[in-house]
Design a protein around this ligand. Structure first.
Ligand SMILES: [Zn+2]
Length: 318
């Protein structure tokens, strides 16, 4: 209930020489103050609130979970999100774990850009990466990472020391395939941070929803799903914040409906799971501008607070 949203504010008008002086100093003195979500508590920052269409003028799906000014969890890395990651003030070397919901481009396209950026940071500890298993249509998480950074056939094999145990010189990415069903399965627990997943239905694409627990707060990410699997309601039970994907409008049919949940389904899941707040992301051209109708459908079943996410928004979980 007690969530606050912050959006970027327009900078105040300041005398130009002062600004130049400040920039010269601040450009070489990164600090906690540079982080756009503040330095206290658990905060979820929206790095990408859009879908695959570039014309939505939003980065594609990506979310960053902060604890006391430290970025700990990255969920998905869609196109454009690497730039937003930089704008957030986060550094790749600070992350504890990366979680993927699935490997469509709008959820994974900027992963290599993030990894390349980390090359210039001082990271020594391994970087665990969890995501779905594969099938005939999609690679598993281990295949996806290997397809990018494997030393024999990886597209970016010039960075293979990130993945190949025998190669020296860098930290290692540790990819894991998560075989989840409709009952939440815990896959990561470290330093007061845990992550659990369920399988969700997104056409034929292996896909997961994620729950992150940190500092007695819980955040659930639906990922892309049509909402048919009962696991999502179980995963989202009593979550402090539920981030659901508003990819299709009410009345969507055919492949759109087979892949995504309309607002009425989002509302029903939020209500059944008793989530304390609902944020709508993955906003596409077909849902942008439909916010009133979306809210109307959701409010039929869910009476809690609902917000529409925008890039770089911070949702403070209190
Ligand atoms: Zn998507």
């Amino acid at each position: 209930m007690n969530l606050q949203t912050f959006s970027r504010q327009a900078p105040p008008r300041i005398f130009l020489p002062y600004v130049l002086g400040f920039l010269l100093v601040s450009a070489f003195a990164p600090s906690a103050a540079a982080q756009s979500c503040g330095t206290h508590g658990v905060v979820v920052q929206i790095l990408g609130s859009g879908g695959p269409e570039l014309q939505d003028k939003r980065a594609s799906s990506s979310y960053l979970v902060w604890e006391d000014g430290r970025p700990r969890v990255l969920v998905d890395a869609g196109g454009g999100s690497a730039l937003r990651f930089g704008e957030s003030g986060a550094q790749m070397s600070q992350l504890d774990v990366i979680l993927f919901t699935h490997f469509h481009v709008d959820h994974s396209g900027d992963f290599p850009a993030l990894i390349k950026s980390s090359w210039f940071e001082d990271r020594k500890r391994p970087l665990p990466v969890f995501g779905p298993p594969g099938n005939e249509f999609m690679p598993s998480t281990t295949e996806f990472v290997s397809d990018l950074f494997g030393d024999k056939h990886g597209a970016y094999r010039y960075l293979s020391e990130l993945l190949v145990p025998t190669e020296q010189g860098s930290y290692k990415i540790q990819p894991h395939n998560v075989e989840a069903g409709s009952t939440p399965v815990g896959v990561f627990h470290e330093h007061g941070l845990s992550a659990s997943a369920v399988h969700v239905i997104h056409g034929a694409v292996p896909a997961l929803a994620w729950r992150v627990e940190i500092a007695h707060k819980s955040i659930v990410f639906s990922g892309d799903t049509n909402g048919d699997d009962p696991g999502l309601v179980r995963l989202a039970q009593n979550a402090d914040l539920f981030i659901a994907h508003n990819a299709v409008p009410e009345g969507a049919e055919g492949v759109e409906r087979r892949l995504h949940m309309p607002p009425s389904v989002i509302g029903q899941i939020a209500a059944d799971a008793h989530v304390k707040m609902l944020a709508l992301s993955h906003r596409m051209l077909r849902t942008l501008g439909q916010e009133d109708q979306t809210l109307f459908q959701i409010k039929k079943s869910y009476s809690g607070p609902v917000v529409f996410a925008n890039d770089l928004d911070c949702f403070s979980v209190k």
